[in-house]
Design a protein around this ligand. Structure first.
Ligand code: ZN
Length: 432
């Protein structure tokens, strides 16, 4: 409902400038044919959504998102003046077909479809998810307008998911966010699907994701992993330039695009595989890249057995010992210290064994974990193997098979780290 409408003289009675209760400005097109129509700067919407406020919010959100997509890709020179998407957001798909809004060349689809500057979206059970899908299809239209394509399937869907995932709406919308809670993104469901696939040992290798075929048929898992890969490339400052260059190669299709990607990341490949494996293991609500970037390199010094002290902060994700450990080494690890976990009813002080009153992923909260991450993980299979993670509750001996990084973290959900304090200490020495 609107409380303030001002008629624009030159449009006479056919077009109103509408300042809605939420402060959005959009044009309300004549609706005498029964459809709700709205025109924004970059979107012209036809819908049968019951709520005209939802339609207003969608248009305002879309317009604000487009300028953020331009910023994301750093393409200030891109001429937006001719970029306007015709969007059909549908509750009753049959009615849209009958009205001729869906041409016969549009195939059956599960959630949404984009063709040129036209997009079709099936209205979902939450306003968030309907808007998410409209932005997702809008990104496809945008990528074709800006780059003449969006490359291989993983990149096309991954970028669309990244730039559709949002917080707030209207002019306050922020795109490319990491959801904090399930309530923030109702029916989005990507983390739920990822968790299912983790439990079924069906987390794809990087190679599997690169090989996704064009018709994903609404496979939520495939969308999720595509998003994760693009989000990871965006999150590491050293990959950002390559991500922008990849977008510029969007006119290339499947294998050609992937060849370009693999060449760009050739020297970084083992690091990329290692980061991929750990991110897929941990992605969930509240995941913060500021805490979860894994700082490892192929040039990390080889550990030659000298005693080493590693601090493991309770408010950070996986933290490297800063060395690569050669295969055949047997080492002794001695953990010590206490950390404070403060996200519960009262601060909990934990020793390396953790607090057995609460559990996360089957292990006591606050438990010190160690991960042996090979420098050359196997990327030949379809699915990733589970990372080798062990509890480090007391002095322990660890045998390393092949060149590996050694990572540590405190066991707690990724969204609960911010109020943790202090660090464990781990002493590393050769075991004789
Ligand atoms: Zn898509």
């Amino acid at each position: 409902m609107t409380f303030c409408c001002r008629k624009i003289g030159m449009m006479r009675s056919t077009l109103f400038l509408c300042l809605c209760f939420s402060g959005f400005v959009c044009a309300v097109l004549p609706a005498d044919d029964g459809w709700v129509r709205r025109r924004g700067q970059y979107i012209e919407l036809v819908t049968d959504l019951e709520s005209s406020q939802e339609a207003d919010r969608l248009v305002a959100s879309f317009d604000a998102a487009v300028t953020q997509w331009v910023e994301f890709w750093q393409i200030d020179q891109f001429d937006l003046s001719s970029f306007r998407v015709s969007a059909f957001v549908m509750r009753d798909e049959g009615a849209f077909r009958q009205a001729g809004f869906i041409p016969p060349e549009v195939p059956d689809f599960n959630f949404g479809y984009a063709m040129g500057k036209k997009i079709w979206i099936k209205a979902q059970q939450s306003e968030y998810y309907t808007r998410h899908l409209a932005l997702h299809e809008g990104v496809h239209a945008f990528m074709f307008a800006a780059f003449n394509g969006a490359g291989a399937t993983w990149f096309q869907e991954g970028t669309a998911e990244c730039l559709a995932l949002h917080r707030n709406f209207g002019r306050s919308i922020g795109i490319n966010v990491m959801p904090l809670t399930r309530e923030e993104v109702p029916y989005w469901g990507r983390f739920k699907r990822m968790e299912q696939l983790r439990n079924e040992s069906q987390v794809p290798t990087l190679k599997s994701v690169l090989g996704y075929k064009p018709n994903l048929l609404g496979d939520v898992g495939a969308y999720s992993w595509s998003w994760a890969l693009v989000a990871m490339l965006d999150a590491y400052p050293e990959y950002r330039g390559d991500l922008l260059e990849l977008a510029a190669k969007g006119f290339k299709r499947g294998p050609g695009f992937n060849r370009h990607f693999m060449m760009a990341f050739q020297s970084e490949w083992p690091i990329l595989l290692a980061r991929w494996q750990m991110m897929c293991h941990d992605l969930d609500y509240g995941f913060e890249w500021e805490r979860e970037r894994i700082e490892i390199g192929m040039n990390d010094p080889l550990w030659r057995g000298q005693p080493l002290k590693v601090q493991v902060s309770a408010d950070q994700g996986w933290q490297s010992a800063g060395v690569r450990v050669p295969g055949g080494v047997k080492m002794r690890l001695r953990p010590s210290g206490t950390v404070t976990l403060a996200n519960t009813t009262r601060p909990w002080v934990s020793e390396p064994a953790g607090i057995t009153l609460r559990y996360h992923r089957g292990r006591p909260m606050g438990q010190l974990l160690v991960c042996v991450l090979p420098n050359a993980p196997n990327d030949a299979e379809v699915y990733l193997s589970e990372p080798a993670v062990y509890p480090l509750t007391k002095e322990a001996t660890l045998e390393i098979d092949s060149y590996s990084w050694l990572l540590f973290r405190v066991n707690e959900s990724v969204g609960s780290l911010s109020d943790n304090q202090s660090a464990f200490e781990v002493n590393m020495e050769v075991s004789r």
